[in-house]
Design a protein around this ligand. Structure first.
Ligand SMILES: C[S@@+](CC[C@H](N)C(=O)[O-])C[C@H]1O[C@@H](n2cnc3c(N)ncnc32)[C@H](O)[C@@H]1O
Length: 254
């Protein structure tokens, strides 16, 4: 666990992000950004000029792609190393800020929000953290605003993820693996991923003032309008922000 980030709290992912830096973008699961953004623009009905919040943006691959298509994107991430990478060569319209997604305090200024590839959601360090991320995303959206959030498929994790152990009580998968730095140095890390069923996702989103329109079965770089199955690595939730009274809304619900 890194220290030096105490004013914001810390997260186990930061150690990994500090080590990987830009080398994160060499992993194969990051190579389908364009396809993912094509899909999101279509299912979320995004129109250039809209304001989009990218939660757990990492090195900013989706934010860069969206900004290059005329959207105004603000990316937040807990890792300063990833924020530094995201700011390099950022196209006009893409801005980035270090922030803990569990403590967001936006207030209705965004038309849409995305949280992809376990960007904060599903990287739980304690029960309730994923709910706090969703509450913050809902508060960031205008009424009727839309979200796309991906989550690890619990069925798939149990069925196929042999390298990991699965905590059936918490629904968390734990894996010890290696990540590489830009120079190729390996670091052994513990990786925890919160896994979900579509039913759990609908319940959690409903409790955060979202109306879920679809849960799709997807894989990185292969987003598609398939119904939920046990065979895809991720689910993608597409939902709309239901009305709530801002003074009594999500940020007051923790
Ligand atoms: C697997 S990466 C996904 C990054 C990016 N969304 C993508 O699709 O490539 C997970 C990201 O979530 C960030 N993250 C984890 N916990 C967070 C938190 N509490 N607040 C903000 N970002 C967080 C990590 O720093 C990391 O950049």
């Amino acid at each position: 666990m890194t220290s030096g980030h105490s004013e914001l709290g810390s997260h186990w992912f930061e150690t990994m992000a500090d080590h990987m830096g830009s080398a994160y973008l060499r992993y194969s699961f990051t190579k389908g950004t364009r396809q993912e953004v094509d899909f999101l623009v279509e299912v979320l009905n995004l129109v250039p000029g809209m304001r989009i919040l990218d939660v757990g943006c990492g090195p900013g691959r989706h934010a860069h792609e969206l900004a290059s298509r005329g959207f105004l994107v603000h990316g937040i991430d807990i890792s300063q190393s990833f924020i530094d990478v995201a700011r390099q060569n950022a196209p006009t319209g893409a801005t980035f800020e270090r922030m803990d997604a569990r403590q967001m305090s936006f207030g209705g200024e965004f038309d849409a929000a995305i949280c992809l590839c376990q960007g904060a959601f599903g990287l739980m360090t304690a029960e309730g953290h994923d709910g706090a991320v969703l509450h913050g995303m809902r508060a960031a959206l205008r009424d009727g605003g839309r979200v796309a959030v991906s989550a690890f498929n619990a069925y798939f994790a149990v069925k196929y993820h042999d390298a990991a152990t699965f905590d059936a009580d918490m629904g968390v998968s734990h894996e010890v693996t290696e990540v590489k730095s830009p120079e190729g140095d390996a670091l052994t890390v513990d990786l925890w991923t919160g896994c979900y069923t579509p039913r759990e996702l609908r319940l959690l989103f409903g409790a955060s003032y979202f109306s879920v329109s679809h849960v799709f079965s997807v894989d990185p770089g292969a987003y598609r309008q398939d119904p939920p199955t046990t065979e895809s690595s991720e689910f993608l939730v597409v939902a709309f922000a239901s009305p709530f009274r801002r003074e009594g809304g999500p940020s007051g619900l923790h």
